[in-house]
Design a protein around this ligand. Structure first.
Ligand code: RP5
Length: 203
């Protein structure tokens, strides 16, 4: 486990750590009922394979911390029964957090939150129109009683990091890993300060 804080902690699509991947980097299925990859703690679910380019950053963040995960396409609109099946049984299969991303009329995160007792993190995927505002509002405006923790538009990396924090609560080893990651952010920010001061110092 060797997470490294990137210069830009949000929205990066590139891997920033060298930890051994423990989860699949590819979708494990595009149809059919929920399957299991065994020890996955986090389920990364998206409405279409076109979301993968955005959602991959969540998987990469989890990989940096050595957190096992699965990646699935389970469309709320095109495969609604599969979606309910996935949400209903996710906790029974050992999942502890669900990260759900969708674009446009993005009902997947909210509907999964309705079907599961697990915490759900929503990722608004920006599409070609409306700059992702449609996705954002579809995901964030949940009715009272059915929470979805929504990250910024396209910011699947933060979803992965938030899932890590949820799993780290009460776990000293994972908490230490998160503190180390945050130290990396601090170091990177101070290095930026030093560079800017060196470039702009009139003396
Ligand atoms: C949503 O529709 C998906 O989450 C995706 O963002 C969007 C477009 O899907 P495709 O037409 O690319 O399959 O449900």
């Amino acid at each position: 486990m060797n997470p490294q804080a990137p210069d830009e902690p949000t929205g990066s699509a590139e891997p920033t750590g060298s930890a051994e991947p423990t989860g699949s980097a590819e979708p494990t299925g595009s149809a059919g009922p929920a399957g299991s990859t065994g020890s996955a703690e986090v389920g990364i679910v998206m409405g279409s394979d076109s979301d993968l380019a955005t959602m991959r950053a969540a998987a990469e963040a989890l990989q940096e911390f050595g957190i096992a995960h699965e990646i699935r396409v389970v469309s709320a609109h095109r495969a609604p029964r599969d979606m309910i099946e996935y949400g209903t049984h996710a906790h029974e299969r050992g999942l502890r957090v669900i990260i759900a991303g969708a674009g446009g009329a993005a009902h997947l995160p909210g509907m999964l939150a309705a079907a599961t007792p697990l915490p759900v993190i929503g990722v608004p995927v920006p599409l070609a129109h409306l700059d992702g505002m449609d996705s954002l509002l579809s995901i964030v405006q949940m009715p009272a009683g059915v929470p979805v923790a929504t990250v910024g538009v396209g910011n699947a990396r933060n979803a992965g990091l938030l899932a890590m924090r949820i799993l780290a609560a009460g776990d000293p080893e994972r908490t230490a890993a998160m503190l180390s990651f945050q130290q990396g952010l601090l170091d990177a920010s101070r290095a930026k300060d030093a560079r800017v001061r060196a470039e702009t110092d009139p003396a």
